[in-house]
Design a protein around this ligand. Structure first.
Ligand code: G3P
Length: 218
């Protein structure tokens, strides 16, 4: 399972990359705005900066909601760097744009996915990645992990090549469950990745080892 970081914060991207396990980055307009990245030129430069830090796929989201606009934006984004993946929302014109990009060999990430039906459409259109939003499903008292399992099952039965990119991850358990259920990728905030390290017995065991070494060696 690939690990992406879900942020536009360059320091956090560097920190995750330094762990040696980072396979890519996902961003969205909210994450860019959170970092104060505004205006087309700054946004473009920010994507380039991310691509310089991480040797892996970087999702850059279109803002247009009509087919022509998405194609125009997506082609410009894809031309920025070979690692750019064009992120397109799961709407009617978005699906048409994904089909178009697929025929052109431009890789896509179909975002804002909340159902198996949407997952089937995206796979049929040739999306490279599919982003079901686990955390937001949990927020509405449905089980986001159930959707990951359902999509993984459908994709396996049907032989779809679209990769399941579990998104809107909120905690380390979402990462572990995604791995269990067959997600191809998880995109996580840095806090969820760092949460994977945590176990009190690791800390207690290490403290004991160091104490024993000190006692024996002075
Ligand atoms: O990858 C999608 C993600 O950014 C959404 O996460 O936490 O805003 O639901 P969240």
């Amino acid at each position: 399972m690939k690990f992406f970081i879900d942020t536009a914060n360059l320091d956090q991207i560097r920190e995750a990359n330094a762990l040696g396990i980072l396979d890519g980055v996902t961003t969205n307009p909210s994450l860019m705005a959170k970092e104060g990245i505004t205006g087309e030129a700054n946004i473009i430069n920010h994507y380039k900066a991310i691509c310089e830090i991480v040797d892996g796929d970087v999702s850059a989201e279109v803002i247009s909601t009509d087919f022509e606009g998405m194609v125009r934006e997506g082609e410009a984004l894809a031309a920025l760097h070979p690692n750019i993946v064009v992120k397109v929302p799961m709407i009617v014109d978005g699906l048409k744009a994904i089909s178009y990009f697929s025929r052109k060999g431009i890789r896509t990430n179909c975002t804002l996915v909340f159902s198996a039906g949407q997952a089937i459409l995206a796979a049929k259109a040739g999306a490279t990645y599919l982003s079901p939003f686990i955390g937001r499903i949990d927020d509405s008292s449905w089980d986001g992990m159930d959707l990951i399992g359902q999509i993984a099952n459908i994709y396996s039965i049907q032989g779809y090549e679209t990769q399941i990119l579990a998104a809107s991850i909120r905690n380390p358990l979402h990462i572990v469950k995604s791995a269990e259920l067959g997600a191809d990728v998880v995109t996580c905030p840095l806090s969820a990745i760092m949460g994977l390290f945590k176990h009190p017995l690791t800390d207690i065991g290490l403290a004991q080892f160091l104490a024993d070494h000190k006692k024996a060696n002075g």
